[in-house]
Design a binder for this molecule. Structure first.
Ligand SMILES: Cc1cc2nc3c(=O)[nH]c(=O)nc-3n(C[C@H](O)[C@H](O)[C@H](O)COP(=O)(O)OP(=O)(O)OC[C@H]3O[C@@H](n4cnc5c(N)ncnc54)[C@H](O)[C@@H]3O)c2cc1C
Length: 626
């Protein structure tokens, strides 16, 4: 048996700690690191790799950052080791006055997925990539404890794999539900792919503005339908003054979702492997023979998987239809209102145009107010309607909505709803309570309408419905009202005709509703707040373009999302229900209409995970059915 002399690899560099490859197999990578006093890493994680740090000489200081916001400081002494699981952020430093040598074991080997740290070796010439065999394992004897050797020599088990594309609210919840619900003996692997730097946030909860509030009270924002106080209890631990009726900042909800994912990972059964991959899915191909799919990532990684969940959610809004679209390439225009750059690039006393007057406009106006913006803000939409305000005392209605549900046409439904609201008001009730109580029936009502009635809804009812259904909390309403009263915020009902870009500003030409007269206004920035693009034929996203090209997905007839069956299984261009591809959340808007917010998505996530797991647990029954 040949023995490995690690001393030969030791080298201390003045510039930075050195990384010296001991060896690398398909399954593991072992690196010897040498640290002079004061040398340290940046805060980093190891992407999809588990890692073990083993101190050979000296004392190593580590800080581990947990997703729930806590951190742990530790000092590892000679002979001690620490496990750093997949995705956990940490930093390492030689805080002592002596040199340190440490052995780092990564499984699988680090790759360019883990781009937030240096991956090169300082002993490049000695690099060897060898396959795992007894001789290699023998090298390790004496370097690492015996239990670890057993761990690394195990062959990767065959696992059923579910790949979730999109780590926003929907993807996070499906991943958590898989980990909560899987109880069979089947080995399961859940892979969550997110292209943004942070998981469990998505468009809605990645904001860093403390003035972006949830538009639903804390008591109704649990991630789990079966545990309605889950969010409230979590948030009250941080701030006991928060009650079920409080509207809390969305960034706090993002932290909660991160914690939901972390807890699900911590508490999962031992036969489940969970990986987060920070990457973009560009394409999927179907391997018909093996009843599997391959997901292609931007980094070049291909993932073989049994099922794929498209949790791709919201896309930036479409550009308004104007005479000349060149302006849309200008830096005076932000198509994506949720990007950090949207409210930058202009002075605080400059004028700004927000296109759209719904929830996103409210967000941006409140954000500008928080940034002490003093310039004029115009907000323009066809109807110029802004969201109504919540009233926490509105209560709920105890009604079965039998009459409304029996109506056959949109006109009749609207008439019945109006009559019932009138009655509620006569009895001293609140229209808000009526709308909220009707909400669980919206999917049924939507599905009862034919195409013609759905189009009528769009043309005549939608703006009124949206402003009553999607309401804002008092905190935001007070700011908006003040801005309107002092004439800083001007709401215009009309339509943009043309943008003319000048050196320092943009001239915007528009027609007011009901007028043929063209008016203009001058602003420094235009921000598109018209809401997520829903027409999949218009979405300029590589994954969507590729899936449409292959006919693996099909836009629904209202161009509001994707065609899917009642379990979220996607339909292909030949109307075949996929056994591999699924979706949930905003992509189902055409099918369900009411499907973009937490109360609906949490239920979909639970039943989608259950449905897919049932297939794994009972494959015979499943193939007999198909
Ligand atoms: C601004 C805003 C505020 C909201 N506030 C509330 C609220 O207060 N209460 C409520 O109940 N609902 C609210 N909602 C609605 C709802 O919660 C969100 O729409 C919901 O978060 C949808 O989550 P999602 O994961 O489906 O979509 P998204 O949040 O859009 O997440 C999708 C994720 O998928 C990723 N992705 C997409 N394609 C790829 C790819 N090819 N590869 C890798 N990653 C990909 C994206 O980067 C994104 O992070 C709000 C929505 C918005 C937009």
């Amino acid at each position: 048996m040949s023995s490995l002399n690690l001393d030969l690899l030791k080298q201390f560099l003045d510039s930075q700690y050195s990384r010296n490859l001991v060896f690398k197999t398909e399954n593991i990578e072992i690196v010897l690191m040498c640290w002079l006093p004061g040398q340290k890493t940046v805060v980093h994680d190891h992407g999809v790799s588990d890692a073990i740090t083993f101190v050979l000489d000296g004392e190593m200081s580590c800080i581990t950052y947990y997703p729930d916001g806590t951190q742990q400081n530790s000092v590892l002494k000679k002979g001690e080791m620490e496990l750093i699981p997949v995705g956990i952020k940490h930093e390492v430093k030689n805080n002592s006055t002596s040199n340190i040598t440490t052995l780092h074991i990564y499984s699988p080997p680090l790759s360019s997925e883990n781009a937030n740290q240096s991956l090169g070796y300082n002993n490049e010439t000695q690099t060897q990539t060898i396959s795992l065999n007894d001789q290699v394992l023998n090298y390790l004897v004496g370097c690492v404890p015996e239990d670890l050797l057993k761990l690394f020599s195990q062959k990767e088990k065959q696992r059923k794999t579910v790949t979730i594309i999109g780590g926003g609210f929907s993807g996070t919840l499906v991943a958590a539900q898989f980990m909560k619900q899987h109880i069979s003996n089947e080995e399961l692997q859940i892979i969550l792919i997110e292209r943004a730097p942070r998981f469990a946030r998505g468009f809605a909860y990645s904001t860093n503005s403390p003035k972006h509030f949830l538009n639903v009270p804390a008591g109704k924002m649990s991630a789990f339908a079966g545990d309605m106080n889950h969010f409230l209890e979590w948030v009250q631990k941080r701030n006991p003054t928060i009650s079920a009726s409080s509207f809390v900042p969305r960034m706090l909800y993002g932290e909660y979702l991160e914690n939901v994912l972390f807890q699900a990972d911590q508490n999962k059964a031992s036969n489940i492997k969970f990986k987060r991959i920070n990457d973009e899915a560009l394409n999927i191909s179907i391997d018909e023979k093996n009843n599997q799919a391959i997901v292609y990532l931007e980094s070049g990684i291909n993932i073989k998987t049994d099922h794929v969940v498209l949790a791709v959610g919201n896309y930036p809004p479409k550009n308004p239809n104007v005479k000349e679209s060149n302006f849309y390439n200008s830096d005076k225009y932000s198509r994506d209102p949720w990007s950090a750059k949207a409210t930058s690039g202009f002075e605080i006393n400059d004028s700004v145009l927000l296109i759209g007057t719904g929830l996103t406009m409210i967000d941006k106006a409140v954000e500008l107010n928080h940034k002490k913006h003093s310039g004029k803000i115009y907000a323009l939409s066809r109807h110029g309607l802004i969201p109504q305000t919540h009233d926490l005392n509105s209560g709920s209605i105890n009604a079965d909505f039998k009459k409304v549900l029996e109506e056959k046409t949109l006109k009749q439904i609207v008439k019945s709803i109006r009559a019932e609201i009138k009655q509620v008001l006569i009895e001293g009730g609140d229209w808000r309570a009526y709308i909220d109580s009707l909400r669980p029936h919206i999917q049924t009502l939507w599905q009862s309408l034919d195409q013609k009635n759905k189009k009528q809804f769009f043309r005549h009812i939608r703006p009124y419905w949206d402003t009553h259904r999607h309401r804002i909390p008092d905190q935001a309403a007070i700011i908006i009202e003040t801005m309107i009263n002092c004439k800083q915020l001007e709401i215009i009902s009309g339509r943009v005709i043309e943008f003319r870009e000048k050196e320092n500003c943009v001239e915007v030409f528009y027609k007011r509703r009901g007028s043929d007269h063209i008016e203009s206004l001058t602003v420094s920035k235009v921000i598109n707040c018209t809401g997520s693009e829903q027409d999949f034929c218009q979405i300029q996203d590589p994954l969507i373009i590729n899936l449409l090209e292959q006919g693996l997905i099909k836009p629904d007839s209202m161009s509001l999302g994707l065609e899917a069956d009642k379990n979220g299984a996607l339909l292909d261009s030949n109307n075949q229900i996929s056994k591999i591809l699924y979706t949930l959340g905003p992509t189902l808007k055409g099918q369900l209409w009411e499907t973009t917010a937490v109360p609906e998505i949490r239920v979909q996530a639970e039943s989608l995970a259950k449905n897919i797991l049932t297939k794994f647990m009972d494959p015979l029954k499943n193939s007999a059915r198909s």
